[in-house]
Ligand binder design. Sequence first.
Ligand code: TXE
Length: 499
Amino acid sequence: MDTISPSLSLPDSPREFGFYVGGRWIERGLRKHMERVSPGHDIPVTRITLCTKDDLDDAVRVARRAFKDRRWSGLSGTGRADVLLKAAAGIRERAEEIAYWETLETGKAISQARNEVDGAASIYEYCAGTARSLHGDTFNNLGDKMLGLVTREPIGVVGLIIPWNFPFFILAERIPFMLAAGCTIVAKPSELTSASALIMAEILTKAGLPDGVFNVVTGTGPEVGQAMAAHMDIDMISFTGSTVTGRNVLLASSSNFKKVGLELGGKSPQIVFADANLDEAADGVVFGVCFNAGQCCVSGSRLLVERSIAEKFERLVVEKFAKVRIGDPLDPRTQLGAIVSPAHNEKILGYIKKGEEEGARIACGGKAIGTKAGRFIHPTLLSGVSNTMAVAREEIFGPVLSSIPFDSLEEAVELANDNDYGLAASVWTSNIDKALQVIRSVQAGRTWVNTTITGGPEMPIGGFKQSGTGRETGVYGVEEYTEIKSIHIAIGRREPWVG
Ligand code: TXE
């Protein structure tokens, strides 16, 4: 690990946050709180309020009132777009502040956090267009005596549960779409990373979002998150997180049959053919598993590589892993930052051990990096993995790549699909026919050819199989937050039924 001194200094004391309801901060008061310790520095950086179920109820009441009186949904698309554009400008104004707290709470590299903040602002800009272009349909083919209209209406009050890996970016992949549709929101960020959602609430108010349309209630998953999923007055839940918790959310949502959107875990394959540009493919594969220290739902954590080049390709990966700059998350040169929590660190190291016990060989890495503060794990390549091992089937969520050889295109597809998850997949080849054949057969919601983990808000995200339900972003994303209504309009005099 580079011994590099950060160019930004650490806070002298934890930044204290209340929570945000009805367009204003609510102070912690006598509520319990939690101190978030920076994963890269081991010092407390933020103090977050642990809200109660009553706080959630209050926030839902406020969001319901804001929905009912149409203070937001009653605006024109232009009116909504105006607020979303101002929100984007507000994000850009406070970009450095957001990136700083995001880095301290998550442990991610600040250069990455800065990119994410910039990307988030661009999503709000995209959604301004969506607010104006969202529309329904007409049916002029119902005969001369009827005209049919199909309108889209905002679904109502949405509960938004966000994880810790991309607290600000995932929020941006959800909030502006919900707002473009005209919904009101109660958000619960992860208890580990609440700061950026709270800052966003302030930005939205300043951008002119009417009070009560976006609210943030902080606290734990089992208390606030579970209550949100079960809440009788929430119309839809958008949940991003683990598959286990996603199942809980789905079960709890049956209380009032609210709509549920789930973006869950993954075990995404990187399929590398012998005819690929191997150097570029290795670079992509290394990026795909090191991005956010592998704590990424679309992390390319399964390397499926054509047997004839497997050894050569693994060597390339090992060489590139050695060059990844691991270090202080606050240093702008750092590419791979810290692991989010001690428990998660243990989970990743436990998987590496399990892989070895099951017969995989550690080609590089395989252990934690000894540092005075924080938790960092060497990028790890597990070679000789078979698709039945836990390290091939389960989400490790760390910088750990499991390499599995294949002999034919058909076998590559079969291996890729032989998993409970179906979130993402990448294929690397110079043969476009081969690329398309694989991509068409692979069961995944988000796929890439000769690249990985990239895209824009135009493109939908979401999973097949146990990776989730529904789609976020793009026109598909905004439509998720609408109800469809069919309107039948009779033309001319009614043909009497009676007499
Ligand atoms: O996730 P949880 P955790 C995966 C990854 C990771 C594992 C566990 O494999 O190792 O999940 O991480 C809230 N009802 N992903 O424990 O519990 C919680 O407060 C309602 C993949 O952090 O799913 C947080 O806001 N909500 C993933 C959010 O759910 C509850 C990103 C996510 O936490 C709840 C993160 C409950 N009963 C982890 N319990 C991805 N798809 O990117 C917790 N929460």
